[in-house]
Write a protein that binds this ligand. Structure first.
Ligand SMILES: Cc1cc2nc3c(=O)[nH]c(=O)nc-3n(C[C@H](O)[C@H](O)[C@H](O)COP(=O)(O)OP(=O)(O)OC[C@H]3O[C@@H](n4cnc5c(N)ncnc54)[C@H](O)[C@@H]3O)c2cc1C
Length: 285
């Protein structure tokens, strides 16, 4: 993993709860982005009370787990040495408090970018559903559509002031749904998926949102026999993640062997993810 040290250049409120942080600096000139539709990186945050971010290569291997979270690379200009990341503000966590206090000039550390998704050009239709954390990815994907291709988008936001203008060369049918609590967001995500009337022809589903909702949609698509190159369903965050972490810490080590065996035996990424899902479900995670 490569690390890039930059500085906050600008912070703009796109909506009351969405902050666009532009970071830049010499190290970001030539930042390599993948061009995947879901391009994302890790952002590493300072520990409480510190301003400098410790990264393993410099610290000689920290024993403390990193304060890192995953964010979409919303815009990248390697020539100018700039990257934009849009942060959705919610209660708790490390990212939101950091963003609320961030000022131009603050240090910022991000990793190189990764991605998996390529929204197919040859699909007859595309369906995207995501909550506020997935709006940066949806915005990026819509910008990367070929002119004229059809996409239906359901954006789930806590209230109407969080709706964003999402530009696209595609033929986009954008709908907003209001849901604010984690339980409401999960229900809204599942409902949007179930209520979507699939047009004729080959399609593509994309889901980014609360982990249990994304997992349940992924299972439904897999058991309906939808080929793996025709969908992507990713957990972007987890409701009550502290409780999940507690349970994982208690039994995670016991799963390592099964996960390693599944990785070895899997014929592709999707069959590995199917098996991973079974392992975690068996363990009550
Ligand atoms: C591929 C990918 C791309 C992503 N891109 C973006 C992006 O561009 N912008 C963005 O804002 N997020 C994005 N996310 C989601 C982001 O990584 C998570 O929301 C992350 O958990 C935020 O960390 P945190 O420190 O704010 O909260 P955490 O420490 O993870 O959680 C703290 C508490 O807040 C709760 N919580 C976490 N997220 C939410 C939420 N959205 N609503 C309500 N409660 C919540 C948790 O359950 C926990 O109780 C992306 C995730 C992935 C996997």
């Amino acid at each position: 993993m490569a690390f890039y040290r930059g500085k906050v250049l600008r912070i703009v409120a796109l909506t009351p709860r969405m902050r666009r942080v532009t970071v830049g600096g010499e190290a970001l000139r030539g930042y390599i982005h993948t061009g995947h539709f879901d391009e994302h990186c890790q952002v590493w945050f300072p520990r409480p009370g510190e301003t400098r971010v410790e990264i393993p290569a410099e610290a000689g291997g920290s024993r403390q787990p990193p304060l890192a979270r995953i964010f979409t690379v919303r815009r990248c200009d390697p020539a100018a040495g700039e990257v934009d990341i849009d942060f959705f503000l919610h209660e708790g966590g490390i990212a939101s408090p950091w963003v609320r206090n961030a000022r131009p000039g603050d240090p910022f550390v991000l990793t190189d970018s990764h991605g998996h998704d390529v929204v197919p050009d040859d699909a007859d239709w595309r369906f995207f559903v995501g909550d506020s954390t997935a709006l940066p990815a949806i915005g990026l994907m819509l910008e990367r559509l070929r002119p004229g291709v059809r996409a239906t988008v359901i954006g789930i936001v806590p209230d109407e002031s969080e709706q964003q203008a999402l530009a696209s060369p595609g033929d986009v049918d954008l709908h907003w749904v209001v849901a604010s609590t984690p339980a409401e967001i999960v229900t809204a995500t599942l409902h949007a998926f179930e209520a979507f009337e699939r047009p004729a022809g080959a399609g593509y589903f994309w889901v980014g949102g609360e982990a249990t909702a994304a997992r349940s949609i992924r299972r439904a698509l897999r058991s309906a026999g939808v080929p793996s190159n025709r969908f992507s369903a990713t957990g972007y965050w987890r409701a009550n993640s502290e409780e999940w972490d507690r349970r994982y810490d208690a039994i995670g080590d016991t799963l390592d062997e099964r996960v390693a065996a599944a990785r070895k035996a899997a014929k592709d990424r999707d069959s590995f993810l199917d098996e991973l899902d079974r392992i975690y479900a068996d363990a009550g995670l």
